[in-house]
Write a protein that binds this ligand. Structure first.
Ligand code: ATP
Ligand code: MG
Ligand code: MG
Length: 552
């Protein structure tokens, strides 16, 4: 649905088109590993990958980078497809690196035959120790000079399952003293007897990312392989692998851009998975999670996430965006679309003593003042109401302008009321406020022009529905989780959710659609849970914290 905004990637593609590099063809892919749910960072990659293809009339595929049987699962595959579609993108095709295992294997044999790969019998620890470091030469494996015949025999026997897990690997034979560590004879295949979610037990050897990624791009005809900056160091290896092989298409080109990171947020699947596995959150789609499924349940509109990613642009330097900025996109979107409702989270009884006994009056109230097309609804008013406990003070502190004994306020859309006295329980806690109303103020305005300092929300007790409301704080207390200790999970907020039972909400909320977001007047935006009836999640408050931050 969106095209990217004239960034450096567009410039490269435009240049390739102008020089006829790919005969004007543009093809990208979004390549997640199905080892977790997509998070807000992936939304950035999705908007870039699909955006570039859309901008140039090209194709973007979804390709699962499923080369690790131990961590991958169809649950993740399904959720990823759902989340990509939810964001508004339809992949031109859905592919799997595992579909190419046979081709990747045959290409490895080509490499071996050319004397450019060898089987190494050393363990992983030894191999990484021998890799050396910057300015420090590597040590050649004693198996480096095996003949192609011997390597081919061993590699075939690796595939046939003759050797135990981890006992041998296939390595590219490049340069053990290369200044780029990635080129010091990288591992291309390892032996692993995990059960793969698609190929089942057909394979006991699996290609590494570096052997699978570029070749999968080439098989599909990808022209521009977009990824994040941590792959810059892999690019020479990406190119090297492709240059050794007879490719069916022009060699794709890898282009890197900055990751999206947010303050107070962790975007590492490994760590998010730990929160799920430890039961710290209710699941991948817990509304506190930065996953797309969590944000969806929380009430974030896909359009707000996409607009945020697009407006941010594409950069070549990593940075962290303020989460308040994303929230301001969400708030702006919902302000246009969300119906207004009244809900009382901490109910306190308000009795109108001069209201005619048993009488009910209905007020016609706008559903969304921002959008008259949304129409109006009828809201019942009676002498038996609930107001917000914090909207009343028996002894009002300075600058408290809401209800207090002897003070008049407006009940939104209904009447002016004046508190007269209170009923307390044995502990002295106020359990009921008694008030009188002014019949001349029907609809919420006084004909004599008299002003009140406060307008409050309310619900009629006999008409109200019961609801449970979840309020959320940041999942991580630190702006940069892990800044102090190096472990982001150390900054987990122990009180990130407050569940309120016994909330009283206006009757119209009983017809809210699962997943719909409404505005509770004065309180914020709330999403109805897709499954639990009358269970609302606070999406975001009404105050624009991003505007406040910018003014500072
Ligand atoms: P994680 O580090 O959270 O496990 P990943 O990079 O391993 O993420 P993949 O499933 O491999 O996750 O990612 C698929 C694509 O999404 C890759 O191209 C990757 O570069 C991109 N991506 C992942 N995280 C981000 C992010 N925070 N910002 C932008 N793009 C991202
Ligand atoms: Mg990855
Ligand atoms: Mg990663």
């Amino acid at each position: 649905p969106v095209s990217s905004a004239g960034d450096f990637i567009s410039d490269i593609v435009r240049h390739d088109n102008a020089t006829g590099t790919y005969s004007g063809r543009v093809q990208t892919r979004f390549p997640p590993e199905p080892n977790g749910y997509l998070h807000i960072g992936h939304a950035k990659a999705i908007t870039v990958d699909f955006g570039i293809a859309a901008e140039f009339g090209g194709l973007c595929n979804l390709r699962f980078d499923d080369t690790n049987p131990d961590t991958e699962d169809t649950e993740y595959v399904d959720s990823i497809i759902e989340d990509v579609r939810w964001l508004g993108y339809e992949p031109a095709g859905v592919f799997y690196a595992s579909d190419y295992f046979e081709q990747l294997y045959l290409w490895a044999e080509v490499l071996i035959g050319d004397g450019k790969a060898y089987v190494d019998d050393q363990d992983g620890e030894t191999i990484s120790a021998q890799r050396g470091g910057y300015g420090k030469p590597g040590i050649a494996s004693p198996y480096r000079d095996r003949t192609p015949e011997e390597n081919l025999d061993l590699f075939r026997r690796m595939r046939a399952g003759e050797f135990p897990d981890g006992s041998r690997v296939l390595r590219a034979k490049i340069d053990m003293n290369h200044e780029n560590m990635q080129l010091r004879d990288p591992v291309l295949y390892r032996i692993r007897r995990g059960h793969h979610h698609r190929t089942q037990d057909a394979w006991v050897i699996y290609p590494t990312y570096d052997w699978a990624h570029g070749q999968s791009d080439a098989i599909e005809g990808v022209t521009h392989s977009l990824c994040t900056l941590e792959f810059v160091a892999h690019r020479p290896l990406y190119d090297w692998c492709l240059e050794q092989l007879p490719l069916p298409h022009d060699k794709p080109r890898q282009i890197e851009f900055a990751r999206l990171e947010l303050t107070n947020t962790v975007t590492s699947k490994r760590r998010l998975k730990k929160l799920v596995d430890d039961g710290t959150v209710d699941g991948w789609d817990d509304p506190r999670m930065p996953t797309l499924s969590g944000l969806r349940k929380r009430g974030y509109p896909a359009s707000a996430i996409v607009a945020f990613c697009r407006d941010m642009g594409v950069s070549r330097t990593n940075s962290r965006q303020a989460i308040e900025e994303l929230e301001s996109y969400v708030r702006r979107d919902l302000n246009r679309t969300a119906q207004r409702r009244m809900a009382v989270l901490h109910p306190l009884r308000l009795t109108i003593t001069n209201w005619p006994a048993g009488e009910v009056e209905y007020f016609e109230v706008a559903n969304n003042p921002e959008n008259p097309d949304d129409g109006t609804r009828r809201v019942a008013f009676s002498g038996d109401l609930f107001i917000e406990r914090e909207d009343f003070a028996e002894v009002p502190p300075p600058k408290f302008y809401r209800l207090a004994p002897g003070r008049e306020v407006r009940l939104r859309g209904a009447y002016f009321v004046t508190a007269t006295d209170v009923v307390t329980d044995a502990d002295g806690t106020v359990v009921e406020v008694r008030a009188t109303y002014d019949p001349a103020t029907s609809g919420g305005d006084a004909p004599d022009g008299r002003k009140v300092k406060s307008t409050m929300h309310w619900v009629s007790a006999p008409h109200a529905a019961d609801a449970t409301v979840a309020l959320y704080e940041r999942l991580f207390t630190a702006a940069l989780p892990g800044e102090a200790t190096g472990e982001p999970l150390d900054d987990l907020n122990p009180a990130s959710r407050e569940l309120l039972d016994g909330c009283k909400v206006e009757a119209a909320l009983a017809t809210t659609k699962p997943g719909e977001v409404v505005q509770f007047e004065r309180l914020g935006y709330f999403a109805l849970d897709p499954e639990a009836p009358m269970h609302f999640h606070r999406t975001v408050g009404l105050r624009d914290e991003w505007a406040a931050i910018q003014k500072r």
